[in-house]
Design a protein around this ligand. Sequence first.
Ligand code: 13P
Length: 248
Amino acid sequence: MNKKLIAGNWKMNGSLAANDALVRALVAGLGVQSACDVAVAVPAPYLAQVQALVAGSPLALGAQDVSQHESGAYTGEVSAVMLREFGVRYVLVGHSERRQYHGETDVHVAVKTQRALATGITPIVCVGETLAEREAGQTEAVVRRQLAAVIHLNGHCISEVVVAYEPVWAIGTGKTASPEQAQQVHAVLRAQLAAASPRASTIRLLYGGSMNAANAAQLLAQPDIDGGLVGGASLKAADFQQIIAAAQ
Ligand code: 13P
């Protein structure tokens, strides 16, 4: 069994004051070591603040996006090397909100994954189908296509990524995939990874989409669910801590 990873995705939420209170509470709750890995993916302007707050604790710092470019004339972008300078350990890549609102394609996601890996940051590669795709019976084909692009470009390095299955219809909607629905897709992803890497069984597959304190334990009990990517419930210390407890 893989060590579980619970990652909070704050999205575009937070403030200096709110972050301070939230991260201090999480750090205090985790103590010096934790039975599962825990990370928070924060908005870029808060990286330095949260880096200082998590110093010396098991709480890992994450970012929500990374540029596909190394450096140069790309206004507004943040490079993997810059993230690394702030102690970033994980970066979300290809979140559905990036794909949907910022035109990220499977190829962008594959290149961003490569940038993160080359810099020593663990990419959390997000895949997932929309409601229309699920209803059309395309779930497997969609997630396999999204993951195939990443495998194709990254070859054997694929064993270093984390994959997050986030059905778009479950994000921020309060509709969670059932443990069986999630496990079914995770098994598909695991099999696809197994065809590409002898270490596929060690690749952590996270579930994301309305994960909360009430449903986390059942989801995390599935054989191919190695953790969670948590949006809304990661903004409240008590809720996030209950999810962490369910993973321990
Ligand atoms: P919610 O947990 O708010 O549904 O968000 C999930 C998500 O998108 C995490 O990346």
